[in-house]
Design a protein around this ligand. Structure first.
Ligand code: ADP
Length: 488
């Protein structure tokens, strides 16, 4: 009986142990399940976090894309409008590159015309004519002028006055808007309004900044256009004035030519008319002086000699005048030939020996190689030398020097005739070659002259294709220089 009881107790104990073990196992399993559950919850949380981050990333990416597109659009618009110099075209360009890319389907721009005290529409994107009419009527509100005056930008998400905010949205039929002033320094000011029917969540401060930049670019372009217009107008006016002045000048030139021709014809005619009686006077005085018609008392002879002398002077003057007018009118042509300068200078020096000796003036000559010959009308060029050397003698005090130098000058010879005479005052140098011009100096007061010599010299030289100029220092001396062609 004891034996089965022991077995039973044993079995019962085993059962209890097994049960205990089972319970422990279950507990462990439960713990594991709990841990598993926790891990699953954690994974779930992380998955949710990843999903959230992904959505945020996508949103940021979209925002970035939008901003990049906006910046591109802004860059394109800026490029177009800053190179445009016409007000209408500026807004046409903005229309072409529609502002949709900046995130706005509706845009308007108005300029304030001070003269008419009115806003003028210059840009319309997205509005019907009827809507525009209503908008213009609503612009009477001071608010829009204040935007220009106070230079501020307003938008639906920064405008604190809720009722005004609502009113603007209603007028412009938008959910969100930005209004920025257009402020060119020159010309009409105004404002730019951009809007969208989408809620303002799409807009940010960045958008306001972007529209501000655009408004600044438009202002700059308007200023450029205005300046260009002004410059263009000034240029047109200037061109018109130049045209008018040119016409006036050419008319004056024509008149001068006519007058000059009349003067030349007159001088020529008068000189001719004077020459004939002068020739008779000279003829009669010569006959009387020869006493072929009978003896004459000394007092009469003296007067007749005076008449003879003055007649010679008059003939000389008339001949000079006639020559000047003939050369001027092209009636005399230069008969050019190869002439030796040495020969010409020697001949003139010979002719003037008495005058040179009288004042003990030394005449030096220097003919450089390559400047020995000239291609000129011998008779006329001799008159040039006689006049210039004669003047040099006349205006150089005793014991002075006159030096003549000939040097090559391209295909011409340059001849300088320098003296150590009284010189010419600076203010007279510009008039020295004009007809009848004489400097008021003691020598001129004493000695007679016509003031025609240099005028004739200049015409002869220019008729040869040369030019003449003078350098002088008062009380030191004068140098006349001229060019004359060389033989080819
Ligand atoms: P004229 O000698 O008959 O007065 P010109 O036409 O030859 O006329 O000269 C004009 C003026 O130029 C002279 O009156 C004189 O005042 C000035 N002039 C010309 N040559 C000289 C010179 N070598 N030195 C100083 N003055 C001169």
């Amino acid at each position: 009986m004891l034996y089965p009881t022991i077995i039973l107790v044993l079995l019962f104990s085993i059962l209890i142990v097994l049960l205990f073990l089972k319970i422990e196992k279950n507990k462990e399993l439960h713990m594991q399940i709990k841990q598993l559950q926790k891990s699953l919850d954690e994974i779930d949380e992380q998955a949710k976090l990843i999903l959230r981050t992904d959505i945020e990333l996508n949103k940021t990416q979209e925002d970035l894309d939008r901003k990049i597109t906006s910046l591109y659009a802004l860059q394109n618009i800026s490029r177009e409008i800053t190179t445009t110099l016409d007000e209408q075209q500026i807004f046409q360009h903005i229309k072409n590159y529609h502002l949709e890319d900046l995130g706005f389907e509706k845009s308007l721009a108005f300029l304030w015309k001070k003269m008419n005290e009115k806003f003028i529409l210059v840009l319309n994107i997205g509005y019907t004519p009827q809507e525009i009419e209503n908008i213009i009527a609503a612009l009477n509100d001071d608010f829009y002028l204040k935007i220009i005056e106070n230079k501020y930008t307003v938008s639906s998400f920064t405008l604190s006055d809720a009722s005004l905010n609502k009113k603007i949205k209603e007028i412009f039929k938008v959910q969100s808007f930005i209004i920025a002033p257009l402020l060119p320094t020159e010309g009409d000011k105004g404002f730019l309004l951009v809007g969208t029917e989408y809620p303002e969540a799409n807009l940010s401060e960045g958008s306001e900044e972007l529209i501000n930049i655009l408004a600044n670019q438009i202002s700059q372009a308007l200023e450029n256009a205005r300046l260009f217009e002004k410059t263009w107008q000034t240029q047109q006016e200037l061109e018109k004035k130049i045209e008018e002045r040119t016409q006036e000048l050419s008319k004056a030139l024509e008149d001068i030519k006519i007058i000059s021709k009349r003067k030349t014809d007159f001088v020529s005619a008068v000189s001719h008319e004077l020459r004939t009686p002068l020739t008779s006077i000279k003829g009669y005085t010569s006959i009387l002086l020869s006493e072929k018609l009978g003896g004459i008392p000394p007092s009469v002879k003296e007067r007749l000699e005076k008449i003879n002398h003055h007649t010679d002077e008059l003939v000389h003057l008339i001949n000079d005048l006639l020559d000047i007018s003939r050369i001027e009118s092209g009636k005399i042509t230069m008969k050019q030939e190869v002439c030796s300068l040495k020969e010409i200078i020697d001949k003139i020096a010979d002719l003037l020996t008495i005058q040179l000796k009288e004042k003990n003036i030394q005449l030096t000559r220097q003919i450089l190689p390559g400047a020995e010959y000239i291609f000129a009308d011998r008779q006329h060029i001799e008159r040039v030398f006689i006049n210039l050397i004669g003047n040099a003698i006349k205006f150089t005090p005793s014991n002075g020097t006159i030096s003549i130098k000939s040097s090559p000058f391209n295909d011409q010879c340059q001849i300088d005739i320098a003296d150590t005479g009284i010189g010419i005052p600076e203010e007279s140098l510009n008039y020295i070659f004009e007809e009848f011009y004489r400097v008021d100096n003691p020598i001129n007061q004493k000695l007679k002259g016509t003031g025609l010599g240099l005028s004739l010299v200049k015409r002869i030289i220019e008729a040869h294709g040369g030019s003449i100029w003078v350098k002088s220092k008062l009380n030191e001396g004068t140098t006349f220089s001229f060019t004359i062609p060389k033989p080819t």
